[in-house]
Design a protein. Structure first.
Length: 367
Protein backbone atom coordinates (compact mmCIF):
# COMPACT_ATOMS: atom_id res chain seq x y z
CA UNK A 1 0.00 0.00 0.00
CA UNK A 2 0.96 3.66 -0.08
CA UNK A 3 3.10 4.84 2.82
CA UNK A 4 3.08 8.33 4.28
CA UNK A 5 5.74 10.31 6.11
CA UNK A 6 3.36 11.41 8.86
CA UNK A 7 5.06 11.57 12.27
CA UNK A 8 4.07 9.04 14.88
CA UNK A 9 1.43 10.61 17.18
CA UNK A 10 2.51 11.86 20.60
CA UNK A 11 1.04 10.30 23.73
CA UNK A 12 -0.50 13.45 25.25
CA UNK A 13 -4.11 12.88 26.29
CA UNK A 14 -6.59 15.77 25.73
CA UNK A 15 -7.83 17.14 29.05
CA UNK A 16 -11.45 17.02 27.88
CA UNK A 17 -11.30 13.23 28.02
CA UNK A 18 -11.18 13.30 31.79
CA UNK A 19 -14.92 13.65 32.36
CA UNK A 20 -14.51 13.39 36.13
CA UNK A 21 -12.44 16.59 36.01
CA UNK A 22 -15.00 18.51 33.97
CA UNK A 23 -17.19 19.44 36.92
CA UNK A 24 -19.42 22.49 36.73
CA UNK A 25 -19.79 24.86 39.67
CA UNK A 26 -23.22 23.53 40.60
CA UNK A 27 -22.36 19.83 40.19
CA UNK A 28 -23.94 17.93 43.14
CA UNK A 29 -21.40 15.94 45.12
CA UNK A 30 -20.65 14.29 48.43
CA UNK A 31 -18.87 16.35 51.06
CA UNK A 32 -17.30 15.60 54.40
CA UNK A 33 -18.18 18.53 56.64
CA UNK A 34 -17.00 19.66 60.05
CA UNK A 35 -19.12 22.29 61.83
CA UNK A 36 -18.50 24.25 65.01
CA UNK A 37 -20.55 26.60 67.16
CA UNK A 38 -19.36 30.00 68.38
CA UNK A 39 -20.82 31.89 71.37
CA UNK A 40 -24.05 29.89 71.51
CA UNK A 41 -26.81 31.05 73.89
CA UNK A 42 -27.12 29.49 77.34
CA UNK A 43 -30.33 27.51 77.79
CA UNK A 44 -29.67 25.88 81.17
CA UNK A 45 -29.57 29.00 83.31
CA UNK A 46 -26.91 31.70 83.87
CA UNK A 47 -24.46 29.34 85.59
CA UNK A 48 -24.68 26.36 83.22
CA UNK A 49 -23.77 26.03 79.58
CA UNK A 50 -25.90 24.45 76.90
CA UNK A 51 -25.51 20.88 75.61
CA UNK A 52 -25.80 21.74 71.89
CA UNK A 53 -26.44 19.53 68.87
CA UNK A 54 -27.33 20.33 65.26
CA UNK A 55 -30.04 19.20 62.88
CA UNK A 56 -29.70 19.90 59.16
CA UNK A 57 -32.85 19.71 57.03
CA UNK A 58 -33.74 20.05 53.37
CA UNK A 59 -37.49 20.45 52.99
CA UNK A 60 -39.07 17.62 54.97
CA UNK A 61 -35.87 15.56 54.88
CA UNK A 62 -33.53 15.39 57.84
CA UNK A 63 -30.02 15.46 56.37
CA UNK A 64 -27.95 15.07 59.53
CA UNK A 65 -28.31 15.05 63.30
CA UNK A 66 -25.05 15.52 65.19
CA UNK A 67 -24.11 14.24 68.62
CA UNK A 68 -24.72 16.61 71.55
CA UNK A 69 -21.72 18.09 73.37
CA UNK A 70 -22.08 18.62 77.11
CA UNK A 71 -21.62 22.02 78.69
CA UNK A 72 -20.06 23.83 75.74
CA UNK A 73 -20.97 27.12 74.08
CA UNK A 74 -18.23 26.70 71.46
CA UNK A 75 -18.69 23.06 70.42
CA UNK A 76 -16.94 21.25 67.60
CA UNK A 77 -19.05 18.39 66.26
CA UNK A 78 -17.71 15.25 64.62
CA UNK A 79 -17.25 15.29 60.86
CA UNK A 80 -20.09 13.86 58.81
CA UNK A 81 -20.76 13.13 55.14
CA UNK A 82 -23.54 14.78 53.17
CA UNK A 83 -24.64 13.44 49.79
CA UNK A 84 -25.99 16.55 48.06
CA UNK A 85 -27.20 14.41 45.16
CA UNK A 86 -30.13 13.20 47.29
CA UNK A 87 -31.66 16.62 47.81
CA UNK A 88 -31.51 18.46 44.50
CA UNK A 89 -29.78 19.09 41.21
CA UNK A 90 -27.27 21.67 42.45
CA UNK A 91 -25.59 23.09 45.55
CA UNK A 92 -28.05 25.98 45.87
CA UNK A 93 -30.80 23.84 47.40
CA UNK A 94 -32.08 25.54 50.61
CA UNK A 95 -30.89 24.01 53.89
CA UNK A 96 -32.29 24.71 57.37
CA UNK A 97 -29.82 24.63 60.26
CA UNK A 98 -31.28 24.07 63.73
CA UNK A 99 -29.19 24.22 66.88
CA UNK A 100 -30.77 22.61 69.95
CA UNK A 101 -29.93 22.32 73.64
CA UNK A 102 -30.19 18.66 74.61
CA UNK A 103 -32.14 17.90 77.80
CA UNK A 104 -32.05 14.39 79.35
CA UNK A 105 -35.43 14.71 81.10
CA UNK A 106 -37.42 17.60 79.66
CA UNK A 107 -38.00 18.97 76.22
CA UNK A 108 -35.01 19.94 74.09
CA UNK A 109 -34.78 23.69 73.69
CA UNK A 110 -34.13 25.51 70.43
CA UNK A 111 -31.03 27.71 70.56
CA UNK A 112 -31.45 29.14 67.07
CA UNK A 113 -32.03 28.47 63.39
CA UNK A 114 -30.60 29.67 60.09
CA UNK A 115 -31.55 29.36 56.44
CA UNK A 116 -28.63 28.59 54.17
CA UNK A 117 -27.69 26.42 51.16
CA UNK A 118 -25.49 23.43 50.44
CA UNK A 119 -23.18 25.84 48.63
CA UNK A 120 -22.51 27.72 51.87
CA UNK A 121 -22.18 24.77 54.23
CA UNK A 122 -19.72 23.10 51.84
CA UNK A 123 -17.44 26.15 51.75
CA UNK A 124 -14.72 26.10 54.40
CA UNK A 125 -14.70 29.21 56.58
CA UNK A 126 -18.37 30.10 56.05
CA UNK A 127 -20.01 31.75 59.09
CA UNK A 128 -23.76 31.28 59.50
CA UNK A 129 -25.70 33.45 61.95
CA UNK A 130 -28.24 31.67 64.17
CA UNK A 131 -31.40 33.50 65.19
CA UNK A 132 -33.54 32.66 68.22
CA UNK A 133 -37.33 32.25 68.09
CA UNK A 134 -37.56 35.99 68.79
CA UNK A 135 -35.27 36.76 65.85
CA UNK A 136 -32.27 37.72 67.96
CA UNK A 137 -28.67 36.53 67.31
CA UNK A 138 -28.10 33.37 69.35
CA UNK A 139 -24.65 32.31 68.16
CA UNK A 140 -22.78 31.40 65.04
CA UNK A 141 -22.18 28.17 63.12
CA UNK A 142 -18.80 28.00 61.37
CA UNK A 143 -17.77 25.56 58.63
CA UNK A 144 -14.40 24.37 59.97
CA UNK A 145 -13.69 22.13 57.00
CA UNK A 146 -15.46 20.84 53.91
CA UNK A 147 -13.88 18.48 51.43
CA UNK A 148 -15.30 16.42 48.60
CA UNK A 149 -15.82 12.87 49.75
CA UNK A 150 -15.67 9.66 47.79
CA UNK A 151 -15.59 6.06 48.90
CA UNK A 152 -12.74 3.82 47.75
CA UNK A 153 -15.19 2.04 45.45
CA UNK A 154 -16.26 5.35 43.86
CA UNK A 155 -12.64 6.42 43.35
CA UNK A 156 -11.77 3.08 41.75
CA UNK A 157 -14.83 3.28 39.49
CA UNK A 158 -13.85 6.79 38.37
CA UNK A 159 -10.32 5.57 37.62
CA UNK A 160 -11.74 2.65 35.65
CA UNK A 161 -13.99 4.88 33.54
CA UNK A 162 -11.17 7.38 33.01
CA UNK A 163 -8.84 4.61 31.86
CA UNK A 164 -11.46 3.29 29.45
CA UNK A 165 -11.77 6.76 27.92
CA UNK A 166 -7.99 7.09 27.62
CA UNK A 167 -7.66 3.62 26.09
CA UNK A 168 -10.40 4.35 23.54
CA UNK A 169 -8.79 7.67 22.60
CA UNK A 170 -5.39 5.99 22.11
CA UNK A 171 -6.92 3.16 20.10
CA UNK A 172 -8.69 5.58 17.73
CA UNK A 173 -5.57 7.74 17.39
CA UNK A 174 -3.22 4.80 16.77
CA UNK A 175 -5.69 3.14 14.38
CA UNK A 176 -5.76 6.27 12.26
CA UNK A 177 -1.97 6.50 12.28
CA UNK A 178 -1.47 2.82 11.33
CA UNK A 179 -4.18 3.08 8.67
CA UNK A 180 -2.28 5.90 6.94
CA UNK A 181 1.13 4.29 7.38
CA UNK A 182 0.16 0.86 6.01
CA UNK A 183 -2.52 1.94 3.56
CA UNK A 184 -5.22 -0.20 5.20
CA UNK A 185 -8.67 0.65 6.48
CA UNK A 186 -9.04 2.14 9.94
CA UNK A 187 -11.20 -0.83 10.95
CA UNK A 188 -8.46 -3.29 9.95
CA UNK A 189 -5.84 -1.25 11.78
CA UNK A 190 -8.07 -1.15 14.87
CA UNK A 191 -8.54 -4.94 14.77
CA UNK A 192 -4.76 -5.45 14.52
CA UNK A 193 -4.11 -3.20 17.53
CA UNK A 194 -6.76 -4.95 19.64
CA UNK A 195 -5.29 -8.35 18.75
CA UNK A 196 -1.77 -7.18 19.64
CA UNK A 197 -2.94 -5.82 22.98
CA UNK A 198 -4.88 -8.96 23.89
CA UNK A 199 -1.94 -11.18 22.92
CA UNK A 200 0.85 -8.88 24.11
CA UNK A 201 2.55 -11.49 26.34
CA UNK A 202 2.65 -14.16 23.67
CA UNK A 203 3.80 -11.70 20.99
CA UNK A 204 6.60 -10.35 23.19
CA UNK A 205 7.70 -13.88 24.13
CA UNK A 206 7.83 -14.87 20.47
CA UNK A 207 9.72 -11.68 19.62
CA UNK A 208 12.30 -12.41 22.32
CA UNK A 209 12.63 -16.03 21.18
CA UNK A 210 13.18 -14.87 17.60
CA UNK A 211 15.76 -12.26 18.68
CA UNK A 212 17.60 -14.85 20.79
CA UNK A 213 17.67 -17.26 17.85
CA UNK A 214 19.06 -14.56 15.56
CA UNK A 215 21.76 -13.64 18.10
CA UNK A 216 22.69 -17.30 18.59
CA UNK A 217 23.03 -17.65 14.83
CA UNK A 218 25.31 -14.60 14.66
CA UNK A 219 27.55 -16.06 17.37
CA UNK A 220 27.53 -19.57 15.87
CA UNK A 221 28.39 -18.14 12.44
CA UNK A 222 31.44 -16.47 14.00
CA UNK A 223 32.47 -19.66 15.81
CA UNK A 224 32.19 -21.46 12.48
CA UNK A 225 34.73 -19.09 10.97
CA UNK A 226 32.61 -16.04 10.10
CA UNK A 227 33.81 -12.44 10.13
CA UNK A 228 33.12 -10.80 13.54
CA UNK A 229 33.62 -7.26 12.26
CA UNK A 230 30.00 -7.00 11.15
CA UNK A 231 28.23 -3.66 11.05
CA UNK A 232 27.48 -2.07 14.45
CA UNK A 233 29.58 -4.66 16.35
CA UNK A 234 26.70 -7.10 15.98
CA UNK A 235 28.62 -10.25 16.91
CA UNK A 236 30.10 -8.91 20.16
CA UNK A 237 26.79 -7.32 21.22
CA UNK A 238 24.92 -10.57 20.53
CA UNK A 239 27.39 -12.54 22.65
CA UNK A 240 27.02 -10.05 25.53
CA UNK A 241 23.20 -10.03 25.37
CA UNK A 242 23.23 -13.82 25.43
CA UNK A 243 25.58 -13.67 28.48
CA UNK A 244 27.96 -16.00 26.62
CA UNK A 245 31.23 -15.53 28.53
CA UNK A 246 33.38 -17.78 26.36
CA UNK A 247 32.21 -16.12 23.12
CA UNK A 248 32.93 -12.62 24.52
CA UNK A 249 36.38 -13.74 25.69
CA UNK A 250 37.15 -15.12 22.21
CA UNK A 251 35.84 -12.02 20.46
CA UNK A 252 37.86 -9.61 22.62
CA UNK A 253 40.98 -11.59 21.75
CA UNK A 254 40.18 -11.40 18.04
CA UNK A 255 42.18 -8.57 16.37
CA UNK A 256 39.25 -7.91 14.00
CA UNK A 257 37.01 -6.90 16.92
CA UNK A 258 37.01 -3.41 18.42
CA UNK A 259 34.80 -3.27 21.56
CA UNK A 260 34.57 0.52 21.22
CA UNK A 261 32.68 0.31 17.92
CA UNK A 262 29.02 1.36 17.86
CA UNK A 263 29.17 3.62 20.94
CA UNK A 264 30.61 0.99 23.30
CA UNK A 265 27.32 -0.93 23.37
CA UNK A 266 29.23 -4.07 24.35
CA UNK A 267 30.18 -2.86 27.83
CA UNK A 268 26.86 -1.04 28.17
CA UNK A 269 24.86 -4.23 27.58
CA UNK A 270 27.04 -6.09 30.06
CA UNK A 271 25.41 -4.07 32.87
CA UNK A 272 21.80 -4.41 31.65
CA UNK A 273 20.46 -6.87 34.24
CA UNK A 274 16.71 -6.41 33.94
CA UNK A 275 14.81 -9.70 33.48
CA UNK A 276 18.04 -11.68 33.69
CA UNK A 277 18.28 -14.98 35.58
CA UNK A 278 20.72 -15.48 38.44
CA UNK A 279 23.12 -17.46 36.21
CA UNK A 280 22.91 -14.81 33.47
CA UNK A 281 23.71 -12.05 35.99
CA UNK A 282 26.72 -14.08 37.17
CA UNK A 283 27.91 -14.41 33.57
CA UNK A 284 27.41 -10.70 32.90
CA UNK A 285 29.55 -9.85 35.94
CA UNK A 286 32.31 -11.99 34.39
CA UNK A 287 31.77 -10.27 31.02
CA UNK A 288 32.04 -6.81 32.58
CA UNK A 289 35.36 -7.88 34.11
CA UNK A 290 36.57 -8.97 30.67
CA UNK A 291 35.74 -5.53 29.24
CA UNK A 292 37.45 -3.70 32.11
CA UNK A 293 40.55 -5.90 31.87
CA UNK A 294 40.64 -5.35 28.10
CA UNK A 295 40.96 -1.57 28.76
CA UNK A 296 39.57 -0.50 25.36
CA UNK A 297 35.87 -0.10 26.13
CA UNK A 298 34.95 3.11 27.95
CA UNK A 299 33.43 2.43 31.42
CA UNK A 300 32.08 6.00 31.47
CA UNK A 301 30.17 5.83 28.19
CA UNK A 302 27.15 8.11 28.72
CA UNK A 303 27.49 7.25 32.43
CA UNK A 304 25.51 4.08 31.74
CA UNK A 305 27.56 1.13 33.04
CA UNK A 306 27.78 2.47 36.60
CA UNK A 307 24.25 3.86 36.42
CA UNK A 308 22.84 0.46 35.36
CA UNK A 309 24.74 -1.43 38.06
CA UNK A 310 23.70 1.06 40.77
CA UNK A 311 20.06 1.06 39.64
CA UNK A 312 19.89 -2.74 39.83
CA UNK A 313 21.77 -2.81 43.15
CA UNK A 314 24.57 -5.09 41.95
CA UNK A 315 27.33 -4.32 44.46
CA UNK A 316 29.90 -6.54 42.72
CA UNK A 317 29.54 -4.63 39.46
CA UNK A 318 29.57 -1.28 41.28
CA UNK A 319 32.83 -2.21 43.07
CA UNK A 320 34.44 -3.41 39.83
CA UNK A 321 33.57 -0.17 38.03
CA UNK A 322 34.66 2.04 40.93
CA UNK A 323 38.00 0.21 41.10
CA UNK A 324 38.71 1.10 37.47
CA UNK A 325 41.00 4.19 37.47
CA UNK A 326 39.09 5.63 34.49
CA UNK A 327 35.70 5.77 36.23
CA UNK A 328 34.07 9.16 36.87
CA UNK A 329 31.21 8.76 39.38
CA UNK A 330 28.55 11.50 39.54
CA UNK A 331 25.59 12.52 41.69
CA UNK A 332 23.23 10.88 39.18
CA UNK A 333 24.82 7.48 39.93
CA UNK A 334 24.12 8.00 43.65
CA UNK A 335 20.57 9.05 42.83
CA UNK A 336 19.99 5.92 40.70
CA UNK A 337 20.99 3.70 43.62
CA UNK A 338 18.96 5.62 46.21
CA UNK A 339 15.89 5.75 43.97
CA UNK A 340 15.64 1.96 44.13
CA UNK A 341 16.63 1.73 47.80
CA UNK A 342 20.13 0.37 47.17
CA UNK A 343 21.85 2.27 49.98
CA UNK A 344 24.93 0.02 50.02
CA UNK A 345 25.64 0.85 46.37
CA UNK A 346 24.98 4.54 46.99
CA UNK A 347 27.42 4.50 49.92
CA UNK A 348 30.14 2.85 47.80
CA UNK A 349 29.78 5.57 45.14
CA UNK A 350 29.72 8.42 47.68
CA UNK A 351 32.91 7.12 49.29
CA UNK A 352 34.79 7.27 45.97
CA UNK A 353 37.54 9.93 46.12
CA UNK A 354 36.67 11.30 42.66
CA UNK A 355 33.09 12.13 43.63
CA UNK A 356 32.71 15.73 44.80
CA UNK A 357 29.11 16.80 45.38
CA UNK A 358 28.02 20.43 45.21
CA UNK A 359 25.75 21.85 47.90
CA UNK A 360 22.86 21.79 45.43
CA UNK A 361 23.50 18.10 44.66
CA UNK A 362 23.67 17.26 48.36
CA UNK A 363 20.34 19.01 48.84
CA UNK A 364 18.76 17.07 45.96
CA UNK A 365 20.04 13.80 47.47
CA UNK A 366 18.82 14.79 50.97
CA UNK A 367 22.34 14.48 52.36
Amino acid sequence: GNHTTQDKPHDLIPLQLFSSLNMELDAPMKYQIELAGVDLDRKDGPFRKSDPYLILKSGDNEIQRTEYIKQNLNPEWKKFVVDCNKYGEDLFVPVILECWDWDPVGKHELIGTAETTFFRITAEGTQIQLLSKKGKPSGMIVVKSAVTYKTEAEIEEEKRIMQLEVDEYRLNRDSEYRSKQLGISKEEARAQLIYEKENKGAIEAEKKRSEDENMKKVVSDYEAGGDPSLVNNETLIAAVKLANVEAVKKLLADPRVNPCDFYDWGIRYSTVLLNKSESEVKNLVAILKLFLDDKRADPNVFGQPLNNAAFMGNEEMVRMLLNDPRIEPTASHVQSALKEGHTACARLIMEHPKLVLSEEEKKELNL
